[in-house]
Design a protein around this ligand. Structure first.
Ligand SMILES: [Zn+2]
Length: 513
């Protein structure tokens, strides 16, 4: 049994085995005379962070692909992809990921990829995972030609002459992505990479992630890892189609239902998509002009009805305000069909909302699973795009309306440390250095609650994690430094199920490194 003292004078937490058994003032230790005492020396004790929207199973594969996030010109792209081709000589596809068209990034072209002279298809995936550029060989392998019509929910980029330019959006992207992933789905290697990526999260204080798009192949890998005791953190798997952005394969509904599993690995809500990521469905007025942009995927309401009817909970990606509208309509309809269920609807992103939509989230008991880190890369673009009667990243409005906020990163599509992304939710600072709508700022403490209790609620895990309360898992993080968004604190210790699993090394001066 351990007694951990929290911030000076603030109290103590008693843990026994993997659970918290008591929380109270410093004198609570007197009730547990045999307990080992851990003095936190004025540091802050918080529950382990839960990243409520992570793509751990995809992010884990990044070491196998060329990292294009730092590419600034055609020569940098060329070097990265040729090195990748040499590193993965047997893979059917050469993959690079993470290029950005924001700030000083470089957008690859079909010509760049063809000029590599590789005989295998090449794909360069945008950081959003909703867009890519592919080579001519890849287009051929995918069976796409100048005369191929756009697929439902996706589109092919074309030059001024109408010919394909190698850019694929949304479901056109996801088909190519799924095909190019096949050589990288070897379960043993994938398992090793997921195990390593999960362990690395401990240094950031993350003790649980919700894997926000878990295809059947990844569910099998997670199950193997859990069986072998190789998952360092807890994972909530959110079932999804094998091809990202696609409707769930109905056969999956015969498998384990939301809530099944144990504290280390559990099934979460089914993940569906209402709209695009680089082409979110946006509708409204700008400067007195009506606009309607982006992709809204067909058939969401029927998919939600099927999933809910089979006893699963549901989470829907909605970035644009029209995506949010379709999502809220689908939730309302499912609620009418099953008025007595605890639906715990999740709207993933909730990035552009009107006030009436925010109120509707609250009415339907929908959790907003949000990414304060998006302020960095999307904030600058959003600034120049002000739709009447709507707000970008309306975190203040949501909190004020009483909507539960769950904190998350959307890694690898954005940076991921909870203490760093939370700070963006306070400062609202964009990559351009500007501040997006400071009226929507929320305090640091509110973000840490979103990353703990809020995220646990989103995952239906509030009875097992997310707070310092008796009976819950002793997943704990010790923070060093004040909650200052300009200088975020660091994680000095992480505990999972009552065991210390990470401790930051102290340097010579005794300050944490
Ligand atoms: Zn995502």
């Amino acid at each position: 049994m351990d007694v951990g003292g929290a911030a000076a004078g603030a109290g103590a937490v008693v843990i026994e085995g993997e659970r918290i058994v008591a929380v109270g003032g410093a004198r609570i230790a007197d009730r547990f005379p045999g307990a080992r005492t851990v003095d936190l020396g004025g540091r802050t004790l918080v529950p382990g962070f839960i990243d409520a929207h992570s793509h751990l199973c995809i992010a884990a594969l990044h070491p196998r692909w060329a990292d294009l996030s730092g590419v600034r010109d055609a020569e940098g792209l060329r070097q990265a992809l040729l090195a990748e081709s040499a590193a993965e000589p047997d893979a059917a596809w050469v993959r690079g990921v993470g290029w950005t068209d924001l700030d000083d990034g470089y957008t690859p072209t079909l010509e760049d990829l063809d000029a590599l002279g590789l005989d295998r298809p090449v794909i360069a995936v945008h950081y959003s995972y909703h867009e890519c550029v592919v080579s001519s060989t890849a287009l051929e392998s995918l069976g796409i030609s100048d005369s191929t019509p756009d697929p439902p929910g996706g589109s092919f980029g074309r030059g001024p002459d109408g010919r394909l330019n190698g850019v694929l959006y949304e479901r056109a992207f996801s088909e190519a992505h799924a095909r190019s992933m096949e050589p990288y789905r070897d379960p043993d290697r994938w398992a090793d990479l997921i195990a390593a990526a999960a362990t690395a999260l401990l240094s950031e204080g993350v003790t649980c992630v919700h894997d926000a798009a878990c295809p059947p192949s990844a569910e099998r890998v997670y199950q193997g890892l859990a069986r072998q005791g190789r998952l360092a953190i807890s994972v909530l798997m959110m079932p999804h189609a094998e091809a990202l952005l696609s409707p769930l394969n109905p056969a999956r509904l015969d498998g384990p239902t939301t809530g099944e599993g144990d504290t280390r690995l559990r099934v979460g809500a089914v993940k569906l998509f209402a709209d695009g990521g680089v082409l979110p469905a946006i509708q409204g007025r700008i400067g007195g002009r009506d606009i309607s942009l982006g992709v809204a995927f067909e058939g969401l309401e029927a998919q939600v009805a099927t999933v809910v009817g089979r006893g699963f909970r549901v989470a829907v990606h909605a970035i644009g305000n029209r995506g949010a509208q379709v999502t809220l309509d689908a939730f309302a309809s499912a609620f009418r069909s099953h008025p007595d269920d605890d639906h715990r609807f999740r709207m993933e992103h909730a990035t552009l909302l009107s006030r009436p939509q925010t109120a509707r989230l609250r009415e339907l008991g929908t959790v907003a699973v949000v990414q304060p880190g998006f302020l960095h890369h999307m904030g600058g673009a959003a600034e120049g795009f002000t739709l009447e009667d709507t707000t970008w990243m309306p975190f203040g409005d949501l909190a004020q309306a009483g909507v539960v906020l769950a904190g998350s990163s959307d890694t690898p599509c954005a940076f991921r440390e909870p203490l760093v992304t939370s700070a963006r939710g306070v400062t609202r600072r964009t990559s351009k250095g500007s501040v997006l709508d400071p009226s929507q700022s929320l305090p640091y403490e509110t973000w840490l609650r979103a990353y703990t209790a809020g995220a646990a609620f989103a995952g239906g895990q509030e009875y097992e994690r997310g707070r310092l309360a008796p009976g819950l898992l002793a997943d704990l993080v010790v923070l060093d430094g004040p909650l200052d968004p300009e200088h975020p604190p660091t994680v000095s210790e992480t505990w999972v199920a009552g065991e210390q699993v990470f401790a930051r090394e102290q340097d010579q001066t005794g300050e944490s490194g």
